[in-house]
Design a protein around this ligand. Structure first.
Ligand code: MG
Length: 309
């Protein structure tokens, strides 16, 4: 089971505090020490819009020094993809909103323009020599519902997924951007995509805990066979559509759920909680979520030994 830490991107882009590069690298080091082996370290977006992400190239360069760490980055377009390849990122994700209204509002582009950017990114990625070709993934955002349009139908998700895969994208992800999803819906979407496009195209989900359904949705996802789950240390980031509400799934609670059920994450929960406290001290004015950190580990909890798988 792979836990993909997204706090440095999804968390930090949602708060106004600009974390210095050295502090970001310390965050990476602490989670790496706890056994985390995939971290989305930033995004190549307009630095005027998101100055929190202005040092993404430097953070990638630093993150590449941790052996065995998959360094992931988010890009909104071909230009971002170029920068991500130049910086040496292992994994590049591009968000595509199933809700076209959301896509226009979020990235100023409708579906045809986004699909053109995706093809351009794919061309760049495929032009790399095989030993340094990054992994390219398109994350289907607002797949469970849109804050502007409301309900998003499974059919809309399948149709867009089909168009993305038809363009040659090897992998898609499902994102509950607005925290509207439930386990029944998740099962329908995952099995619907697998039935139509094959099991290889979808193995990761990005879920939110905005309405308290985050871990219920995770449980359904892992039972179905999803193998990568995104989460954020301390649930950092909140939900941009509901001020004050929590957003991302809390990495610490996710590790507790999976490890206590016998799923192997390779993450030492005691060290992860220590990482949380250290990073929280670097961002003292932010809200930190999570039940496991509040309650502490249960008596007799046996820490796991990171094995990097
Ligand atoms: Mg998120």
């Amino acid at each position: 089971m792979t836990i993909s830490e997204v706090g440095l991107r999804d968390g930090l882009q949602s708060i106004s505090t600009i974390m210095p590069t050295e502090a970001k690298v310390e965050w990476i080091a602490r989670e790496y020490e706890a056994g985390v082996r995939e971290i989305e370290v930033g995004s190549f977006v307009s630095t005027a819009l998101l100055p929190q992400m202005a040092d993404t190239e430097a953070v990638i360069k630093a993150a590449l020094n941790f052996p065995g760490l998959i360094v992931a980055v988010l890009v909104p377009n071909r230009r971002g993809c170029e920068a991500a390849i130049a910086a040496g990122a292992h994994k590049i994700s591009l968000p595509l909103s199933v809700s076209e209204t959301h896509s226009k509002k979020n990235l100023n582009r409708g579906h045809p323009a986004m699909l053109a950017e995706i093809s351009a990114c794919l061309d760049l990625v495929n032009a790399q020599p095989s030993h340094q070709k990054p992994h390219f993934e398109v994350g289907l955002a607002t797949a469970f519902g849109c804050s502007i349009e409301g309900a998003v139908s499974a059919q809309q998700v399948y149709e867009l997924a089909q168009q993305v895969v038809d363009r040659g994208v090897p992998e898609i992800g499902l994102s509950d951007t607005t925290g509207m999803g439930n386990p029944t819906q998740l099962e329908e979407l995952v099995t619907g995509i697998w039935d139509r496009l094959g099991n290889q195209v979808l193995s990761s989900v990005h879920l939110h805990n905005t309405r308290g359904q985050g871990l219920a949705n995770v449980l359904k996802a892992v039972e179905l066979g999803i193998t990568t789950i995104d989460s954020s240390l301390g649930g950092l980031g909140g939900c941009p559509y509901a001020p004050g509400a929590s957003g991302n799934i809390v990495t610490e609670d996710l590790v507790f759920l999976l490890e206590s059920m016998g799923y192997h994450t390779g993450i030492d929960l005691e060290k992860l909680l220590a990482a949380r406290h250290a990073v929280a001290a670097l961002l003292p004015s932010e809200s930190w979520y999570g039940f496991t950190a509040e309650a502490g580990l249960p008596t007799g909890w046996v820490p796991t030994v990171p094995t990097n798988d």
